[in-house]
Design a protein around this ligand. Structure first.
Ligand code: UDP
Length: 234
């Protein structure tokens, strides 16, 4: 296997599948199958999941909700997704732990680095809910930060697009995909890989990122075993 410990970032929006809101059972099921395949190879897996399918802090402002309050609502949304994912993984027979950036003692453990690493070493899938627990951050920054803390080999950013393009492929049909690119070049070209906080954290800590299409079954396993899928930023 190319990587021994991975941090998988799943967006909340991808979890909606064909729906406009919430969690699509079929999509969740596919994710579980993909994660299970990788887990069976002995690779240690940590997961950060977004909350965009339920709530986003920036959207709250439009409805008159204070930004900070909205961000906490967004963090709670990620916990809902994390709980759904945890439950689905356990139904498939996998061992998991849910760690939260904010205290929700009845459902999650608090995030403690050493404990997270221990869970991983024991083969448990660790899900990080509630982001980093601070407003004005995103789950992308959470993915970078937690990956660095637990010393993951890579951040695998699962999205609906299959990599980083010269322009938005959903808008510009002439856009072409990079199979790999350096942090510096991605920055200079102004390409959207992750938000700047997340991007800089990875760059400064020499943590590679792979952006790939998580909705295509088998992609996750291919990447972990070394295939060139998506775009590698390093
Ligand atoms: N959020 C936050 N701090 C964090 C992580 C998330 O305030 O550390 C809030 C923020 O409001 C964000 C929302 O949670 O809009 C949902 O997360 P995100 O938008 O990153 O989810 P995704 O777009 O990946 O589904």
């Amino acid at each position: 296997m190319k990587y021994k410990r991975i941090l998988l970032k799943l967006s909340g929006e991808a979890l909606m599948g064909e729906n406009q809101y919430g969690i699509d059972a079929a999509r969740l099921d596919q994710y579980v199958q993909d994660i299970q395949k990788v887990q069976e190879t002995g690779v240690e897996i940590a997961i950060v999941i977004g909350g965009g399918n339920i709530f986003r802090g920036v959207d709250a402002e439009k409805s008159g909700i204070d930004r900070v309050q909205g961000d906490y609502m967004g963090m709670l949304a990620t916990v809902i997704n994390a709980m759904a994912l945890q439950s689905a993984l356990e139904k498939a027979g996998l061992y998991t732990r849910l760690m939260s950036g904010i205290k929700i003692e009845e459902v999650c453990e608090p995030f403690i680095k050493r404990r997270a690493v221990r869970h991983l070493e024991k083969g448990r899938i660790v899900i990080f809910g509630a982001g980093i627990g601070n407003p004005y951050f995103t789950t992308d920054s959470t993915a970078s930060l937690r990956a660095i803390e637990i010393e993951a080999d890579v951040v695998l950013k699962g999205t609906r697009v299959d990599g980083v393009y010269t322009a938005d492929p959903e808008k510009d049909p002439t856009a072409t995909k990079f199979s790999n690119i350096s942090f510096q070049e991605a920055y200079e070209k102004g390409l959207k890989v992750m938000d700047m906080t997340a991007f800089t954290l990875c760059q400064e800590n020499k943590l590679p990122i792979v952006v790939f299409d998580m909705n295509k079954k088998g992609n996750l396993e291919s990447i972990v075993s070394g295939a060139e899928v998506g775009t590698l930023i390093n």
